[in-house]
Design a binder for this molecule. Structure first.
Ligand SMILES: [Zn+2]
Length: 435
């Protein structure tokens, strides 16, 4: 791995502090030194008009669903899933999922995400796409048995086999986790088996929880208790569990999550778009000390994988539901999209800040961007305000993931973008012809 020197970075900003005109030396995947006048025999990049921030991490998505982007809109969640998404997904081949994941990975990388937490199928193909891009993935094979007892063991086995396969890749970019889809698609027995695996392999579990009020009602009807209570009973409410969405929690559920140290990923744009309940209360989660971060959800329900939109919508929604513009500062939101996300998904790494010995996941943006103006160079809060409220759609000039360059001068460093788009369009054509 070649050493990288980010020379004379005009601004270095993370959720803790702002520094000016410093060099950053990167060696073997980590930040070796931040100082003036550093030198290298490796790669040197002139950063004199650039802003360096820690990469964003996308806490929840379904990357191959880029193939379904824009083909089914303006429908409620369950109708959207049952009539459009699930029938089309049945037709998707592993190769198509690979190219779908690659397009999404490319979109995320170029915006400044270093990686994502991703639930889908054939995740070894997704892993291949991400490794080729030099992009991180906390991956899980999405499983469900739809309460059919003859399917339970089969699905648990699929999850375990994929877990082992992903681990055997031995890639620093790929982290394996378990992904029971939700309480309304997985039987209690299946959830219990996954809880045992999670404990045995000390592995994260990603699951959709309290996305809609209907699924809470179904859970109460089926088990007489709410979703987080059920998850607690089966062994899936603990520090290894990450709940995607979390729109409909009651007092008892907040208390359980706090006590057991479970984490929540807010997916504001998807929640708004599918009208599944724009009620996820980040302010409450933070004030209760419940770990939380932000996600985009899949490209079929967002539809862009943009960290700036993700932050802006999440902020605006909280102000709206609390009827208070002072709720959650832009700094709070920026922290959730960077530092807090790394703490949830990579507790074993030092990530999400720009400090010596932290992982070198960095995104660099041109300070001449129109949406960065006006620019008060000594005011970190001012720059974070721009990032959260005015930079939607901004692309990174350079992205470094795990100490290697993934985006160089706005282009993928390791892959040919035109080739990816050509293959993606062919895969989409084939999918639609077969539908
Ligand atoms: Zn999801």
């Amino acid at each position: 791995m070649e050493e990288i020197l980010l020379k004379n970075c005009k601004l270095i900003l993370d959720a803790m502090r702002l520094r000016k005109n410093q060099d950053i030396l990167i060696r073997e995947g980590t930040i070796e030194e931040i100082n003036e006048g550093l030198s290298t025999s490796g790669i040197s990049i002139d950063c004199k008009n650039l802003l360096v921030i820690p990469c964003f991490f996308n806490g929840h998505t379904h990357s191959p669903m880029s193939l379904l982007r824009g083909i089914a809109e303006d429908l409620p969640l369950h109708k959207w899933l049952e009539e459009k998404v699930w029938p089309l997904e049945k037709k998707l081949s592993a190769e198509q999922m690979y190219i779908g994941a690659k397009l999404s990975g490319m979109e995320m990388l170029k915006s400044g995400f270093s990686g994502c937490a991703d639930m889908y199928f054939n995740m070894d193909y997704v892993a291949k796409a991400f490794i080729e891009l030099n992009f991180r993935g906390v991956l899980c094979e999405g499983i469900f048995d739809f309460f059919d007892k003859s399917e339970t063991d089969k699905k648990a086995k699929i999850a375990l086999n994929m877990h082992k396969r992903l681990n055997s890749l031995n890639s620093k970019l790929i982290k394996s986790s378990f992904g029971p889809h939700a309480t309304y698609t997985c039987s209690r027995e299946l959830l219990e088996i996954i809880a045992e695996y999670s404990l045995e392999y000390n592995s994260l579990v990603q699951i959709h929880v309290a996305e809609t009020i209907e699924e809470q009602n179904q859970c109460i009807e089926r088990y007489g208790i709410r979703e987080v209570e059920l998850l607690d009973e089966v062994g899936l409410c603990n520090e290894r569990c990450v709940y995607a969405h979390g729109n409909w929690f009651n007092e008892k559920e907040y208390e359980l999550m706090r006590k057991r140290n479970a984490a929540v990923v807010q997916n504001t744009i998807s929640n708004l778009k599918l009208a599944s309940g724009a009620t996820a209360d980040l302010k409450r989660l933070i004030s209760e000390g419940i770990r939380c971060c932000l996600g985009t959800d899949g490209p079929a329900s967002n539809n862009s994988l943009d960290p700036f939109e993700m932050m802006k919508f999440s902020s605006l929604l909280q102000k709206h539901i609390h009827k208070d513009p002072s709720v959650l500062s832009s700094k709070d939101i920026f922290r959730l999209a960077t530092y807090e996300a790394y703490k949830i998904f990579y507790p074993e790494l030092k990530g999400g800040l720009i400090e010596k010995s932290y992982v070198a996941d960095l995104a660099l943006y041109d300070l001449n961007e129109i949406r960065m103006k006006p620019l008060i160079l000594d005011d970190g809060q001012h720059i974070i305000n721009h990032l959260v409220y005015s930079c939607s759609g901004m692309k990174a000039k350079y992205v470094i993931v795990n100490g290697e360059i993934s985006v160089f001068d706005y282009k993928l460093a390791k892959e040919n973008e035109d080739e990816i788009i050509k293959k993606f369009e062919k895969a989409f054509e084939d999918l639609i012809i077969n539908f």
